[in-house]
Design a protein around this ligand. Structure first.
Ligand code: HEC
Length: 311
Protein backbone atom coordinates (compact mmCIF):
# COMPACT_ATOMS: atom_id res chain seq x y z
CA UNK A 1 0.00 0.00 0.00
CA UNK A 2 1.42 3.43 -0.89
CA UNK A 3 2.22 5.45 2.22
CA UNK A 4 1.30 8.64 0.39
CA UNK A 5 -2.25 8.56 -0.99
CA UNK A 6 -2.97 10.26 -4.32
CA UNK A 7 -3.95 13.94 -4.20
CA UNK A 8 -7.44 13.06 -5.48
CA UNK A 9 -7.92 10.60 -2.62
CA UNK A 10 -6.71 13.05 -0.05
CA UNK A 11 -8.90 15.81 -1.42
CA UNK A 12 -11.97 13.61 -1.27
CA UNK A 13 -11.26 12.68 2.34
CA UNK A 14 -10.62 16.33 3.21
CA UNK A 15 -13.82 17.48 1.46
CA UNK A 16 -15.90 14.91 3.34
CA UNK A 17 -14.43 15.90 6.68
CA UNK A 18 -14.99 19.60 5.95
CA UNK A 19 -18.57 18.80 4.92
CA UNK A 20 -19.19 16.94 8.16
CA UNK A 21 -17.74 19.75 10.24
CA UNK A 22 -19.94 22.27 8.42
CA UNK A 23 -23.00 20.11 9.13
CA UNK A 24 -22.09 19.92 12.81
CA UNK A 25 -21.64 23.71 12.85
CA UNK A 26 -25.09 24.26 11.37
CA UNK A 27 -26.65 21.88 13.91
CA UNK A 28 -24.93 23.75 16.72
CA UNK A 29 -26.33 27.11 15.69
CA UNK A 30 -29.78 25.64 15.16
CA UNK A 31 -30.26 24.96 18.87
CA UNK A 32 -29.81 28.43 20.24
CA UNK A 33 -33.51 29.06 20.77
CA UNK A 34 -34.71 28.29 24.23
CA UNK A 35 -37.67 26.31 25.45
CA UNK A 36 -39.49 27.82 28.36
CA UNK A 37 -42.14 25.27 29.13
CA UNK A 38 -41.06 22.32 31.24
CA UNK A 39 -43.28 19.60 32.59
CA UNK A 40 -42.68 17.26 35.45
CA UNK A 41 -41.94 14.09 33.59
CA UNK A 42 -41.63 11.69 36.45
CA UNK A 43 -45.16 12.50 37.55
CA UNK A 44 -46.73 12.57 34.12
CA UNK A 45 -45.15 9.83 32.07
CA UNK A 46 -46.49 9.70 28.56
CA UNK A 47 -48.36 13.00 28.64
CA UNK A 48 -47.91 15.28 25.68
CA UNK A 49 -44.50 16.88 25.57
CA UNK A 50 -43.01 14.43 28.03
CA UNK A 51 -41.34 11.24 27.02
CA UNK A 52 -42.03 7.61 27.65
CA UNK A 53 -39.67 5.23 29.35
CA UNK A 54 -38.84 2.08 27.43
CA UNK A 55 -37.28 -1.12 28.76
CA UNK A 56 -35.42 -1.70 25.50
CA UNK A 57 -35.59 -0.85 21.84
CA UNK A 58 -36.94 -3.76 19.80
CA UNK A 59 -38.33 -1.67 16.95
CA UNK A 60 -36.97 -1.80 13.41
CA UNK A 61 -34.98 1.14 12.08
CA UNK A 62 -36.49 3.34 9.38
CA UNK A 63 -34.69 5.30 6.65
CA UNK A 64 -36.21 8.55 7.89
CA UNK A 65 -34.04 10.72 10.16
CA UNK A 66 -34.74 13.38 12.78
CA UNK A 67 -32.34 15.80 14.42
CA UNK A 68 -32.53 15.91 18.20
CA UNK A 69 -31.07 18.99 19.91
CA UNK A 70 -30.36 19.36 23.62
CA UNK A 71 -31.08 22.13 26.06
CA UNK A 72 -30.20 22.30 29.76
CA UNK A 73 -30.99 24.54 32.71
CA UNK A 74 -30.75 24.54 36.50
CA UNK A 75 -33.34 25.99 38.86
CA UNK A 76 -32.48 29.48 40.16
CA UNK A 77 -30.11 29.32 43.13
CA UNK A 78 -29.03 25.72 42.60
CA UNK A 79 -25.20 25.68 42.53
CA UNK A 80 -24.80 23.14 39.72
CA UNK A 81 -23.31 23.56 36.28
CA UNK A 82 -25.24 21.38 33.87
CA UNK A 83 -24.53 21.26 30.11
CA UNK A 84 -25.05 18.91 27.16
CA UNK A 85 -21.82 17.34 25.87
CA UNK A 86 -23.14 17.40 22.28
CA UNK A 87 -25.47 20.06 20.90
CA UNK A 88 -27.44 17.68 18.69
CA UNK A 89 -27.48 14.27 17.01
CA UNK A 90 -29.21 13.09 13.85
CA UNK A 91 -30.74 9.62 14.17
CA UNK A 92 -32.90 7.26 12.15
CA UNK A 93 -36.32 6.54 13.60
CA UNK A 94 -35.86 3.38 15.67
CA UNK A 95 -32.10 3.87 16.03
CA UNK A 96 -30.83 3.78 19.58
CA UNK A 97 -28.61 6.76 20.42
CA UNK A 98 -26.42 7.47 23.42
CA UNK A 99 -25.83 11.09 24.40
CA UNK A 100 -24.15 12.71 27.39
CA UNK A 101 -24.72 15.54 29.79
CA UNK A 102 -22.20 16.95 32.20
CA UNK A 103 -23.10 18.03 35.72
CA UNK A 104 -20.84 19.62 38.31
CA UNK A 105 -21.62 20.54 41.88
CA UNK A 106 -20.04 23.97 42.42
CA UNK A 107 -20.72 24.00 46.17
CA UNK A 108 -18.92 22.62 49.24
CA UNK A 109 -21.71 20.24 50.24
CA UNK A 110 -23.45 17.28 48.64
CA UNK A 111 -26.65 18.15 46.78
CA UNK A 112 -29.41 15.87 45.58
CA UNK A 113 -30.94 16.95 42.30
CA UNK A 114 -34.01 15.93 40.42
CA UNK A 115 -34.24 16.44 36.67
CA UNK A 116 -37.46 17.19 34.86
CA UNK A 117 -37.61 17.16 31.14
CA UNK A 118 -39.64 18.19 28.20
CA UNK A 119 -39.74 17.41 24.49
CA UNK A 120 -40.83 19.86 21.83
CA UNK A 121 -42.79 19.91 19.64
CA UNK A 122 -45.35 18.48 22.08
CA UNK A 123 -46.83 16.11 19.55
CA UNK A 124 -43.66 13.99 19.29
CA UNK A 125 -43.31 13.47 23.06
CA UNK A 126 -45.22 10.19 22.83
CA UNK A 127 -42.69 8.81 20.35
CA UNK A 128 -39.55 9.84 22.21
CA UNK A 129 -38.48 6.81 24.28
CA UNK A 130 -35.76 6.75 26.87
CA UNK A 131 -34.09 3.54 27.93
CA UNK A 132 -31.60 5.02 30.39
CA UNK A 133 -31.77 8.47 31.96
CA UNK A 134 -30.54 10.24 35.08
CA UNK A 135 -34.01 11.82 35.20
CA UNK A 136 -35.57 8.56 36.40
CA UNK A 137 -34.15 8.94 39.92
CA UNK A 138 -33.01 11.46 42.52
CA UNK A 139 -29.29 12.05 41.95
CA UNK A 140 -26.61 13.02 44.45
CA UNK A 141 -23.42 14.92 43.57
CA UNK A 142 -20.69 15.30 46.20
CA UNK A 143 -18.98 18.64 46.85
CA UNK A 144 -17.24 19.85 43.64
CA UNK A 145 -17.87 16.52 41.99
CA UNK A 146 -18.26 16.41 38.21
CA UNK A 147 -19.78 13.57 36.14
CA UNK A 148 -20.91 12.80 32.61
CA UNK A 149 -24.36 11.24 32.60
CA UNK A 150 -25.66 9.12 29.74
CA UNK A 151 -29.10 9.23 28.18
CA UNK A 152 -30.02 6.35 25.93
CA UNK A 153 -33.01 6.96 23.67
CA UNK A 154 -34.73 6.22 20.39
CA UNK A 155 -37.54 7.84 18.45
CA UNK A 156 -40.36 5.38 17.77
CA UNK A 157 -40.88 4.79 14.01
CA UNK A 158 -44.64 4.80 14.65
CA UNK A 159 -44.22 8.57 14.58
CA UNK A 160 -44.33 8.26 10.78
CA UNK A 161 -47.91 7.05 10.79
CA UNK A 162 -49.13 9.92 12.98
CA UNK A 163 -50.42 12.74 10.78
CA UNK A 164 -49.42 15.44 13.26
CA UNK A 165 -46.01 14.08 14.17
CA UNK A 166 -44.76 12.85 10.81
CA UNK A 167 -43.96 16.33 9.51
CA UNK A 168 -41.49 16.95 12.37
CA UNK A 169 -37.77 16.85 11.53
CA UNK A 170 -36.30 18.69 14.51
CA UNK A 171 -36.90 17.69 18.12
CA UNK A 172 -35.60 19.49 21.20
CA UNK A 173 -35.01 17.65 24.46
CA UNK A 174 -34.74 19.98 27.45
CA UNK A 175 -33.73 19.20 31.02
CA UNK A 176 -33.91 21.26 34.18
CA UNK A 177 -32.29 20.21 37.45
CA UNK A 178 -34.07 21.16 40.69
CA UNK A 179 -32.83 20.60 44.21
CA UNK A 180 -34.65 17.52 45.45
CA UNK A 181 -37.21 17.64 48.24
CA UNK A 182 -36.86 13.90 48.86
CA UNK A 183 -33.09 13.33 49.05
CA UNK A 184 -33.33 10.11 51.15
CA UNK A 185 -33.48 7.53 48.38
CA UNK A 186 -31.00 9.33 46.11
CA UNK A 187 -28.49 7.45 43.96
CA UNK A 188 -24.91 8.58 43.61
CA UNK A 189 -24.16 10.08 40.21
CA UNK A 190 -20.62 8.72 40.68
CA UNK A 191 -21.98 5.36 39.47
CA UNK A 192 -21.67 6.71 35.93
CA UNK A 193 -17.93 7.28 36.43
CA UNK A 194 -17.03 4.10 38.38
CA UNK A 195 -18.74 1.35 36.42
CA UNK A 196 -16.80 -1.27 34.38
CA UNK A 197 -16.41 -0.86 30.58
CA UNK A 198 -19.63 -1.71 28.76
CA UNK A 199 -19.32 -2.92 25.15
CA UNK A 200 -23.08 -2.53 24.59
CA UNK A 201 -22.94 1.15 25.56
CA UNK A 202 -19.77 1.34 23.44
CA UNK A 203 -21.65 -0.03 20.43
CA UNK A 204 -24.40 2.54 20.83
CA UNK A 205 -21.82 5.29 21.19
CA UNK A 206 -20.04 4.03 18.07
CA UNK A 207 -23.31 4.11 16.11
CA UNK A 208 -24.01 7.63 17.34
CA UNK A 209 -20.62 9.30 16.89
CA UNK A 210 -18.06 7.13 15.06
CA UNK A 211 -20.27 5.68 12.32
CA UNK A 212 -20.38 9.04 10.50
CA UNK A 213 -16.82 8.18 9.44
CA UNK A 214 -16.23 4.49 10.24
CA UNK A 215 -17.84 1.15 9.51
CA UNK A 216 -16.60 -2.20 10.85
CA UNK A 217 -16.31 -3.88 7.44
CA UNK A 218 -15.50 -1.22 4.83
CA UNK A 219 -13.55 2.02 4.51
CA UNK A 220 -15.53 5.27 4.68
CA UNK A 221 -14.05 8.67 5.56
CA UNK A 222 -12.05 6.69 8.13
CA UNK A 223 -10.62 3.16 7.79
CA UNK A 224 -12.64 0.01 8.52
CA UNK A 225 -12.35 -1.11 12.12
CA UNK A 226 -12.97 -4.88 12.05
CA UNK A 227 -10.03 -6.50 13.85
CA UNK A 228 -8.54 -3.16 14.87
CA UNK A 229 -7.47 -4.57 18.25
CA UNK A 230 -4.02 -6.09 17.63
CA UNK A 231 -3.74 -4.51 14.17
CA UNK A 232 -0.81 -2.36 13.09
CA UNK A 233 -1.85 1.32 12.87
CA UNK A 234 -2.34 2.60 9.33
CA UNK A 235 -2.41 -0.84 7.71
CA UNK A 236 -5.81 -1.31 6.01
CA UNK A 237 -5.07 -1.88 2.30
CA UNK A 238 -6.46 0.81 -0.01
CA UNK A 239 -7.22 3.37 2.70
CA UNK A 240 -5.47 6.76 2.13
CA UNK A 241 -3.88 7.22 5.55
CA UNK A 242 -1.94 10.31 6.57
CA UNK A 243 1.80 9.68 6.38
CA UNK A 244 1.93 10.24 10.14
CA UNK A 245 -0.46 7.37 10.92
CA UNK A 246 0.92 5.07 8.22
CA UNK A 247 4.42 5.45 9.67
CA UNK A 248 3.49 5.59 13.36
CA UNK A 249 4.84 2.07 13.93
CA UNK A 250 2.38 1.25 16.69
CA UNK A 251 -0.07 -1.58 17.23
CA UNK A 252 -3.60 -0.90 18.44
CA UNK A 253 -4.34 -2.19 21.93
CA UNK A 254 -6.46 -0.86 24.81
CA UNK A 255 -3.73 1.59 25.81
CA UNK A 256 -2.84 3.00 22.35
CA UNK A 257 -6.54 3.22 21.40
CA UNK A 258 -7.26 5.14 24.59
CA UNK A 259 -4.51 7.68 23.83
CA UNK A 260 -5.63 7.94 20.21
CA UNK A 261 -9.27 8.55 21.07
CA UNK A 262 -8.35 11.06 23.79
CA UNK A 263 -6.46 13.22 21.27
CA UNK A 264 -5.39 11.78 17.90
CA UNK A 265 -3.13 14.71 16.92
CA UNK A 266 -1.63 14.85 20.38
CA UNK A 267 -0.82 11.13 20.33
CA UNK A 268 0.37 11.04 16.69
CA UNK A 269 1.26 14.55 15.46
CA UNK A 270 0.17 14.93 11.84
CA UNK A 271 -2.62 12.32 12.06
CA UNK A 272 -5.88 13.37 10.45
CA UNK A 273 -8.78 12.11 12.54
CA UNK A 274 -10.80 15.29 13.31
CA UNK A 275 -12.52 13.87 16.37
CA UNK A 276 -11.76 12.97 19.98
CA UNK A 277 -13.53 11.58 23.04
CA UNK A 278 -12.43 13.55 26.12
CA UNK A 279 -14.33 11.37 28.60
CA UNK A 280 -12.37 8.33 29.87
CA UNK A 281 -15.49 6.29 30.69
CA UNK A 282 -16.81 6.64 27.15
CA UNK A 283 -13.41 5.73 25.71
CA UNK A 284 -13.34 2.52 27.77
CA UNK A 285 -16.85 1.63 26.54
CA UNK A 286 -16.05 2.19 22.90
CA UNK A 287 -12.73 0.30 23.19
CA UNK A 288 -14.60 -2.63 24.80
CA UNK A 289 -16.87 -2.58 21.74
CA UNK A 290 -13.94 -2.34 19.26
CA UNK A 291 -12.45 -5.44 20.94
CA UNK A 292 -15.54 -7.43 19.86
CA UNK A 293 -14.97 -6.65 16.14
CA UNK A 294 -13.35 -9.75 14.65
CA UNK A 295 -10.76 -9.38 11.88
CA UNK A 296 -11.88 -9.86 8.28
CA UNK A 297 -9.47 -11.16 5.62
CA UNK A 298 -9.06 -7.73 3.99
CA UNK A 299 -7.63 -6.03 7.09
CA UNK A 300 -3.85 -5.91 7.55
CA UNK A 301 -2.71 -7.84 10.61
CA UNK A 302 0.38 -7.05 12.63
CA UNK A 303 0.54 -10.64 13.82
CA UNK A 304 -1.43 -13.68 12.67
CA UNK A 305 -4.33 -14.26 15.09
CA UNK A 306 -3.01 -17.70 16.04
CA UNK A 307 -2.96 -17.07 19.78
CA UNK A 308 -5.98 -14.94 20.56
CA UNK A 309 -6.20 -16.03 24.20
CA UNK A 310 -2.73 -15.88 25.73
CA UNK A 311 -2.49 -17.47 29.13
C1 HEC B 1 -15.14 12.99 11.36
C2 HEC B 1 -14.67 11.68 10.99
C3 HEC B 1 -14.24 10.69 12.07
C4 HEC B 1 -14.90 10.36 13.25
C5 HEC B 1 -16.21 10.93 13.78
C6 HEC B 1 -14.13 9.31 13.85
N1 HEC B 1 -13.04 9.02 13.08
FE1 HEC B 1 -11.62 7.58 13.46
N2 HEC B 1 -10.59 8.13 11.79
C7 HEC B 1 -10.96 9.13 10.92
C8 HEC B 1 -9.93 9.32 9.91
C9 HEC B 1 -9.96 10.32 8.76
C10 HEC B 1 -8.90 8.40 10.24
C11 HEC B 1 -7.56 8.23 9.52
C12 HEC B 1 -6.59 9.24 10.13
C13 HEC B 1 -5.26 9.35 9.42
O1 HEC B 1 -5.10 8.81 8.31
O2 HEC B 1 -4.38 10.00 10.02
C14 HEC B 1 -9.36 7.67 11.42
C15 HEC B 1 -8.64 6.64 12.04
C16 HEC B 1 -9.09 5.90 13.12
C17 HEC B 1 -8.39 4.79 13.72
C18 HEC B 1 -7.06 4.20 13.24
C19 HEC B 1 -7.36 2.98 12.38
C20 HEC B 1 -6.18 2.38 11.67
O3 HEC B 1 -6.43 1.61 10.73
O4 HEC B 1 -5.03 2.65 12.04
C21 HEC B 1 -9.16 4.33 14.75
C22 HEC B 1 -8.86 3.16 15.67
C23 HEC B 1 -10.34 5.16 14.80
N3 HEC B 1 -10.26 6.10 13.81
C24 HEC B 1 -11.37 4.99 15.70
C25 HEC B 1 -12.46 5.87 15.83
C26 HEC B 1 -13.49 5.72 16.82
C27 HEC B 1 -13.60 4.59 17.83
C28 HEC B 1 -14.35 6.78 16.66
C29 HEC B 1 -15.56 7.16 17.50
C30 HEC B 1 -15.33 7.28 18.91
C31 HEC B 1 -13.86 7.56 15.54
N4 HEC B 1 -12.72 6.98 15.07
C32 HEC B 1 -14.47 8.70 15.04
C33 HEC B 1 -12.13 9.85 10.94
C34 HEC B 1 -13.06 9.84 11.99
Amino acid sequence: MPADPTPAHRFRKFATVVGLCAAVGVMTTAVSYSVTLYRLFCQATGAYGTTERAASNDTAQSARTVTVSFNTDVAPGMPWRFVPVQNSVTVHLGQEALVFFEAENLSDHAIVGHATFNVTPDRVGLYFKKIQCFCFTEERLGPHQKVEMPVDFFVDPRMESDVDAKVVHDITLSYTFFESRQPEGAQDLARFANRPPDPVAGHTLFATVCSACHAPDHNKVGPMLDGVMGRRAGSVPGYPYSTALAQAGITWDADTLDKWLAGPQHFIPGAEMPFSLPDAVRRRDVIAYLATLKPTHTAGQATPPDNPHPG
